[in-house]
Ligand binder design. Structure first.
Ligand SMILES: Cc1cc2nc3c(=O)[nH]c(=O)nc-3n(C[C@H](O)[C@H](O)[C@H](O)COP(=O)(O)O)c2cc1C
Length: 188
């Protein structure tokens, strides 16, 4: 493939499309803001470390979540199930209701002053804020996972090229996966 040198302007133009090729899971990040939960959709969550267990999520500096996370010091990251694209859309809408009103009809496990957990999450991570690193127009928010869980039968919601997707079948041929479990990374 021909890879011509690109000017900074050309890189910026191509970056959005190239970055869109990165398929990712979609989560609701929930923190507390003035005594009520505040949630926003995020697809940037990644495992930052296995030991200690650290999760990183990248939050746009202009978003309310950025200020709330810095003030609160705790958050939950709740991986959505494949059929929860309605929740993903709802908590990405800047005009949504704030506070408890924003969660009408959403099943939560409330925990007094701590951020709630989504009852039907495919996986959930209860995090204590460890570090916030500013980088460009986003901040890398690193949480130390103090508790987590999953529903092994729940398929995750994915985001790819600006659209929501479900998971397709495995692409490794079945003799390979039957004989060699290395396609399962640490049994995840
Ligand atoms: C699929 C999807 C993924 C998103 N991922 C992120 C993300 O990783 N980080 C982020 O800052 N915003 C992300 N957003 C945008 C926020 O959800 C949106 O700006 C939201 O209104 C922010 O709310 P807030 O201002 O209350 O924090 C995403 C939106 C969608 C639809």
């Amino acid at each position: 493939m021909d890879r011509p040198a690109q000017s900074p302007e050309e890189v910026r133009g191509a970056f959005r499309g190239a970055a869109g090729q990165l398929a990712s899971g979609v989560a609701l990040v929930i923190t507390m803001a003035e005594g009520a939960p505040h949630a926003a959709t995020a697809s940037s969550g990644v495992v930052a470390s296995a030991d200690p267990p650290l999760l990183a999520v990248f939050v746009s500096v202009g978003n309310r979540m950025h200020g709330a996370l810095g003030a609160e010091g705790a958050f939950t990251a709740n991986l959505l199930r494949h059929d929860d694209h309605g929740l993903a859309r709802r908590f990405a809408n800047p005009a949504r209701a704030t506070g408890w009103a924003g969660f009408a009809g959403v099943d939560l496990i409330g925990r007094d002053a701590s951020p709630p957990i989504l009852t039907h999450a495919a996986a959930w991570f209860d995090c204590r804020l460890r570090q916030v690193v500013a980088m460009g127009d986003h901040a890398c928010v690193v949480g130390e996972v103090v508790a987590c869980g999953r529903d092994p039968d729940a398929a995750p919601l994915l985001y790819y090229r600006g659209r929501f997707h479900g998971l397709g079948p495995p692409v490794a041929p079945s003799p390979w996966s039957a004989l060699d479990r290395s396609d399962l990374v640490a049994d995840w």
